[in-house]
Design a protein around this ligand. Structure first.
Ligand SMILES: Nc1ncnc2c1ncn2[C@@H]1O[C@H](COP(=O)(O)OP(=O)(O)OP(=O)(O)O)[C@@H](O)[C@H]1O
Length: 294
C-alpha cells in the first residue's frame, strides 16, 4: 500500500507542521511506503488529493482537522476515485469531529498504527446541493451561529467560537416555522434547529447525534422544537455528552431522505460551511467511502 500524507501545516493553531515531524518518525519506524505534501493555501488539499489519485496512491492521509479531511474527501471524489482510494486520518486540528465518531486515536503513534494495522470501514456520505458532507448538516439556530462566526467572530476558533456565537445569537434568534419531511413522515411546527447527522459530533466536540453510526446507511435527524432561551442555556452542557436527547423538546428520527422548507429565511450549514437557505433536500449515499479505522 502506498500512502500519500497531505499535511495542513497551519491546522491546530499552527501545530500541523510540528505534528508531521512526530508522525514521520512513526511512519518510518513502521516502514510505510509513503510520500508527503504540504498545503500552501486554503483549499489546496482538494488539488493535492486529486494529484495523489492520479499518481496511484492507495491511501490519502489527511493530517489536519475536519477542514482538511473534507477537502481530501472532495479531491478523491472529484478525481473519480470514490470507493477505490482510501482515506486515512491523523488528527492535527482543533476540532476533528469525524475522528471522534470513528474512534481514530488522537495519539499520533496510535493513529499511525491504524494506517498500518486498522481495517477499512465504508462510511456513508451525506449529499446536499450536489455536494457531500461527512459529519452534520445544521438547519436553523446552529447555522445562524455559523453565519455569525463567519461574519463577526473570526478571531476565535473551534468550540470557543461556537460557545461565544451561541451566547450572542441566543437572544436574537426566533425559532421559525418549518416543514420537515423525513422519508414518508412529515413534521410541521416551530423548530429551534434540525440537525441531519451522518456522524455524531459537530462544532468541535458537541455530540448532537449520540447514536449516529456513519456506516448504517441512515441519517440520524435530531429535531429540537421551539424552546425558551433559558431552556437552551440549561440544556447546552448536556450536548457535550449527548444527553440533550432526553429533553422532551428533542426527538431523534432515522431516515435516508430529508427535505426542509420554510417561509422564513432559515440558514443551512454542512460540516461548518454555510450552504444557503431552505428549501433544501438531503440524501444519504450508503457505505460508499472507505476509511481506515481501528
Ligand atoms: N497553508 C495554508 N494556509 C492557510 N490555510 C490553509 C492552509 N492549508 C489549509 N488551509 C485551510 O485551513 C483550514 C482549516 O483547516 P483544518 O480544518 O484542517 O484545521 P483546524 O481548523 O485546526 O481543525 P478543525 O477544523 O478540526 O477545527 C481549511 O479550510 C484549509 O483549507
Amino acid at each position: 500500500m502506498r500512502f500519500l500524507f497531505i499535511v495542513n501545516p497551519i491546522a491546530g493553531r499552527g501545530e500541523g507542521k510540528k505534528k508531521w515531524e512526530q508522525i514521520k518518525v512513526v511512519v518510518e519506524e513502521l516502514k510505510l511506503d509513503y510520500e508527503v505534501v504540504f498545503t500552501g493555501e486554503p483549499g489546496e488539499s482538494v488539488f493535492l488529493a486529486e494529484e495523489g489519485v492520479a499518481k496511484g496512491f492507495d491511501v490519502l492521509v489527511a493530517v489536519g482537522g475536519d477542514g482538511t479531511v473534507n477537502e481530501v474527501v472532495r479531491g478523491i471524489i472529484e478525481a473519480g476515485a470514490k470507493g477505490d482510494v482510501k482515506l486515512g486520518i491523523v488528527p492535527a486540528g482543533t476540532g476533528n469531529d469525524l475522528v471522534r465518531t470513528l474512534d481514530i486515536p488522537f495519539n499520533i503513534k496510535e493513529a499511525v498504527h491504524v494506517l498500518k494495522n486498522g481495517h477499512v470501514k465504508n462510511i456513508d456520505l451525506g449529499k446536499v446541493n450536489g455536494d457531500y458532507f461527512l459529519n452534520v448538516v445544521g438547519i436553523g439556530f446552529d447555522a445562524a451561529v455559523a453565519e455569525e462566526i463567519n461574519n463577526n467572530i473570526r478571531w476565535l476558533k473551534g468550540t470557543a467560537a461556537y460557545l461565544y456565537g451561541i451566547f450572542k445569537m441566543i437572544f436574537q434568534y426566533k425559532s421559525p416555522e418549518m416543514v420537515i419531511k423525513i422519508d414518508d413522515r412529515e413534521l410541521e411546527g416551530r423548530f429551534f434547529l434540525v440537525a441531519i447527522a451522518n456522524a455524531k459530533y459537530y462544532g468541535g466536540g458537541m455530540m448532537i447525534a449520540p447514536d449516529a453510526d456513519p456506516a448504517d446507511g441512515l441519517f440520524d435527524i435530531c429535531v429540537i422544537k421551539d424552546v425558551s432561551q433559558m431552556e437552551v442555556l440549561k440544556v447546552l452542557p448536556a450536548l457535550f455528552k449527548g444527553n440533550h436527547v432526553k429533553h422532551p423538546a428533542v426527538k431523534v428520527y432515522r431516515g435516508r431522505k430529508v427535505f426542509v422548507k420554510s417561509k422564513k429565511r432559515v440558514l443551512v450549514q454542512a460540516d461548518g460551511e454555510l450552504k444557503g437557505t431552505v428549501p433544501m433536500s438531503f440524501e444519504i449515499e450508503a457505505k460508499t467511502f472507505p476509511v481506515l479505522v481501528p
